[in-house]
Design a protein around this ligand. Sequence first.
Ligand code: ADP
Length: 488
Amino acid sequence: MSHHQRRVLSVASECAPLLKTGGLADVVGALPAALARLGWQSRILMPAYRGMLDQVGSTSEVWHDDDLFGGPAVVRSGTCHGLDLLLLDAPHLFDRPGGPYNVDGRDHPDNPVRFAALSWVGAQVAIHGTADDWRPDVVHVHDWQAGLVPSYLKYAGSDVPTLLTIHNIAFQGMFSPEQLDHLRLPTWDFHSESLEYHGHVSTLKAAMVHATRVTTVSPTYAEELTTPEFGFGLEGVARMRRDRGEMLGILNGIDTTVWDPATDPSVIPYSAADPAAKAENRRALLDEFSLDEPMGPLAVVVTRLTHQKGVDLLLETLPRFVEAGGAVVVLGSGDPAHEHGLNELSSRFPRSVGVRIGYDEPLSHRMYAGGDLVLVPSRFEPCGLTQLYGLRYGAVPVVAATGGLRDTVVDATPANLAAGTATGFTFGDPRQGGIIDAGGLSFALGRAVDLYADRAAWLRLRETTMRESVDWDTSATRYADLFAEMMR
Ligand code: ADP
């Protein structure tokens, strides 16, 4: 029986606030503080992308290898924003221009090697510990980028328990079986019950097969993953783990020390108890985008511009919303066709539609603070964070009833409004025969416009959203319980 504080090694390709392209980074960055309160010490292993070591400052070398898939590699330990980081410094893999996964819109061609290397090092740290004598009790791996950790541990005969968390099953980490040898994976395990996925290797599938336990980021998404519509070909293995009681959904929280309208340095402070200054944030946001004061609600959208996020549904629906008195500000980047469509919408309604193409963290905060509504019409959404920020900042969510959106927003039906439980507007719930389409979104927006016109009812709804608990405490407890169970 060990008496040291329990230890978790988290292996991931992103971690906020150091590097973020999506919700994964928020989760990896926020969970350690919540777990620490429950007696779990976290270390995060991630690549030292270009410039990252400068962000962290002083570090010490805790692991090295002269040949990590074609070049020397060092793991440097350091702290940043209260996070205990293990940065994998392997210049041949990570010191290059562009984003973590692509450059100029194209995937780095050696992504399989880059993230196999990350996973390999994760497994080595789990087995041998680091030079400063730290060895994890459990390893928490995130998405396909860390997907090979459980496999490498298995092939090494290690019994360190692993948890895979799936943040998005659409990204599966595929590569050709010709690379198996080079990536130190055994060809004997290339078959459909293990590494193989339709003639390729999928690192996400490998983790779904080999991890001790699997979670995803909401209960509804956990169920959805077992269906062909949402499983992206991995529904069979999802079903197998679910049926054995080894896969479950744990909702994401948000970091309420960063995301608090009362203390957020990007906004004019307000709170559920004293919401008056929300109106000033709204005014400032309208001014920033040179929009007229709308009769109806000001909606905000902060998103990757992709098919998943239903941007086409917005393009179809927003003209009608604007004609009904609404205004909207969109922040996002991604698909050039969507960027073009949004810019066109804004030229058509220059006083009602503001668009900023790009990635801008402070602006996103100002938008949640200034918005009356946050729109999230995703076709699928593992958890979704933007609706949680909306709840916290009193931007009432209008969401598709899928995945974590369905688990975190209570529809403003007359009954839920009367009971004081409503926190937003949902549409397209398949359990009620709905489908996620422009008509559904339009209807939900219409209901929001109508309720907004009833000032007292609106303020009551807004206060309920702001008081909703969205922090990490509940979910961190569930992770800690799961880790403890995995150790037995
Ligand atoms: P996903 O991870 O699928 O992109 P989530 O809702 O889980 O979706 O997380 C998205 C996160 O990224 C949120 O924190 C959101 O505020 C942020 N975000 C997305 N696009 C932008 C952008 N263009 N500028 C600033 N923040 C953004």
